[in-house]
Design a protein around this ligand. Structure first.
Ligand code: NDP
Length: 591
């Protein structure tokens, strides 16, 4: 029998330990070497031409939108990317053990179109990167792409109804349409630990893994150069959960500095059986799987094709709700059913720690005391096991974080841990202004995007911004906000954008822009809903702005109040009707 009151008290105590007045401002900007270690930079002449669509970002957003545009017959598409190839997060994040946490069959987009069978249920980083390149080749997106190119500014040219795109390579070309797919999690951040700059040994961020120092490679070769090293890793989020097992195998001594334990559920990865895959991969299979995964996230599916831990909580909540009597089917009754499912789930996750970790004190400290979705859930059959190795030490800071860093190592309380190397698994900028993360601003019809979004992000469907004609934003906020499968959000945006662009081109419209009225109505729908208020009782973290009130900037984090399934259905109908309600198509200036 679960003692709910005792658990609520424990959750509140653990949360209180972690709340700090500086909230998201505690972090520091990462200022490491930006040289791309993977692809040599090739000199080229600046571009001065015109394209129909310029897509900024060569990650999954750019690839799926580019693919959908090409399928719609819009050939003249240019992707602009800071890295030396496509892949985005998967280009830069080549830390050992990198793997997608969502099943490959729904995470990897366009599998049916490219005819590819993922080799594992949860593909590893190199395979995901290769799939990004496969999409690029399949759809001819390499032909016009600009790599190692940072956009510096975008300016709307009203006289010509087109955008002027300027870059750090001296390009100044025009585009009728511009898409922004610069990614939500790509600017590394460092923990705000006093003395961080004084460390005398080697250090790097997980998204810029230094294989020259560690030995090994992203494909899994052992990191032989760590055999005589004392290594520290700071942070125990989804990235650390994946790379700690590999570090534990390689380092002489590994110290894992923990502020808040992650919830670590079962991974249960398996190689794909080609016969099984052939049996499921019938026409339309991936869309069916995507819809089924989303339905399971919403707790409304009769069957579960993916069958993984992401949907376990929703499944349990649905089972609890089914047991309610007619009289109990109230808002409070349903919310209690969710709460009961969550307590049950988290008790199991904590029991798993006891079952796996041999030292009882280490096990006690590895237990997460919060609701499962307060923080990014993690899945691994190797992370907890690592702490059974004699060379791997958990340094738990009891919610306070590393006290300080010295020239020799890290200090927690009064104890100093001298190390040769510090690896920062401290995540990425989340709540900083959009333009801080994109690295450029847009000057629209009357103002800049930074100014327009100063008081929070405003869009229709997360895609269209009033005052910024012919701009499409590709990201999950203001839409489904399906965090369990980001590529599904991107695919829906890509499909929607391709249809709008095709409609404009087919009818000879030079401009398309959301009306102020439609944008306001969408924002009222999103911000007026209590389901979008967030979880103020959650432990601090990137999901809740480190427990601080975001004020009007809350709008950066909201999604459709009725959830992903409803939004995906809605947006499909919206675009399929061909009316594109809320958008204004204009003749504009003739090119
Ligand atoms: P996170 O932001 O999730 O984790 C940062 C870690 O650093 C936390 O454990 C945090 O502790 C810790 N930390 C911060 N400051 C200090 C300090 N002063 N002292 C000690 N520890 C500190 O970053 P990740 O890179 O792990 O993950 C970021 C995102 O990347 C995930 O949310 C996920 O969306 C994505 N990701 C996706 C994967 C996939 O499979 N698709 C795989 C890996 C990552 P605290 O929790 O207390 O704040």
């Amino acid at each position: 029998m679960i003692d709910k009151d005792a658990l609520k008290l424990k959750y509140a105590e653990e949360r209180a330990k972690r709340l700090r007045p500086d909230g998201p401002l505690q972090y520091r900007k990462w200022t490491g070497d930006e040289t791309d270690p993977f692809t040599p930079r090739v000199e080229r002449a600046p571009r001065r031409d015109h394209v129909t669509v310029a897509f900024i970002g060569g990650g999954l957003g750019g690839l799926v939108t580019g693919a959908r545009l090409k399928e719609a017959g819009v050939d003249d598409v240019r992707l602009i990317e800071q890295g030396g190839d496509f892949g985005g997060a998967w280009y830069w994040n080549r830390y050992p053990g990198a793997q997608c946490d969502t099943a490959s069959f729904v995470y990897l987009p366009l599998l049916e179109e490219t005819g590819y069978m993922p080799t594992e249920k949860y593909a590893h980083g190199p395979e995901i990167l290769e799939h990004c390149q496969r999409i690029g080749k399949h759809y001819g997106l390499y032909d016009n792409a600009l790599f190692h190119t940072k956009v510096t500014d975008l300016e709307w040219d009203q006289a010509r109804s087109r955008w002027i795109v300027r870059t750090d390579r001296g390009d100044e070309f025009t585009a009728q349409f511009v898409c922004l797919g610069t990614g939500p999690l790509h600017v590394p951040k460092l923990p705000g630990i006093p003395g961080i700059e004084t460390f005398g040994g080697h250090s790097f961020h997980t998204s810029r893994w230094d294989y020259a120092y560690t030995g090994g490679d992203p494909l899994g070769a052992p990191m032989d150069k760590l055999a005589d090293k004392r290594v520290a890793i700071v942070g125990t989020g989804a990235t650390a959960v994946q790379c700690v097992p590999r570090l534990a195998e390689a380092a002489r001594e590994l110290f894992v500095f923990q502020r808040t334990p992650s919830s670590v559920d079962v991974r249960n990865n398996q190689p794909t059986d080609p016969e099984w895959f052939a049996s499921i991969a019938t026409p339309g299979w991936q869309q069916r799987w995507l819809e089924n995964f989303t339905a399971n996230q919403s707790g409304s599916a009769r069957e579960d094709l993916v069958m993984d831990a992401w949907s376990d909580l929703a499944r349990r909540a649905r089972d609890h709700i089914r047991k309610l009597s007619r009289a109990q089917l109230t808002r409070e009754g349903i919310s209690e059913a969710y709460e009961n499912a969550d307590f049950e789930k988290m008790e199991e996750i904590r029991a798993r720690v006891d079952a796996v970790v041999e030292d009882p004190e280490t096990a006690r400290r590895l237990k997460a005391w919060y609701k499962q979705l307060c923080k990014r859930p993690c899945f691994s059959d190797e992370y907890l096991q690592s702490f059974n190795r004699p060379n791997t030490h958990l340094v738990d800071t009891d919610g306070r974080g590393v006290t300080r860093i010295t020239e020799r190592g890290l200090v927690v309380g009064e104890v100093e841990y001298p190390v040769d190397c510090v690896i920062y698994a401290s995540g990425f900028e989340v709540s900083t202004p959009f333009t801080d993360r994109s690295g450029f601003d847009l000057t629209g019809r009357t103002t800049t995007l930074a100014r327009y979004w100063e008081e929070g992000m405003r869009t229709l469907h997360g895609i269209h911004v009033h005052g910024f004609p012919n701009v499409f934003v590709v990201q999950p906020s203001h839409g489904a906000r399906l965090i369990a499968n980001i590529p599904h959000n991107l695919l829906e945006s890509g499909t929607t954008i391709a249809q709008i662009v095709k409609h404009a081109l087919d009818h000879g419209y030079a401009e398309v822009e959301v009306t102020k009225q439609a944008e306001d109505a969408w924002m009222d729908l999103l911000l007026g809903s209590t389901s979008n208020v967030g979880a103020p009782d959650c432990t601090p973290g990137s999901y809740n702005n480190e427990g601080q009130d975001t004020g009007p900037r809350r709008s950066f984090f909201v999604g459709h109040p009725q959830g992903a399934q409803v939004f995906f259905r809605y947006i499909k109908e919206w675009r399929s009707s061909g009316a594109f309600e809320g958008l204004e198509f204009r003749a504009g200036a003739q090119p």
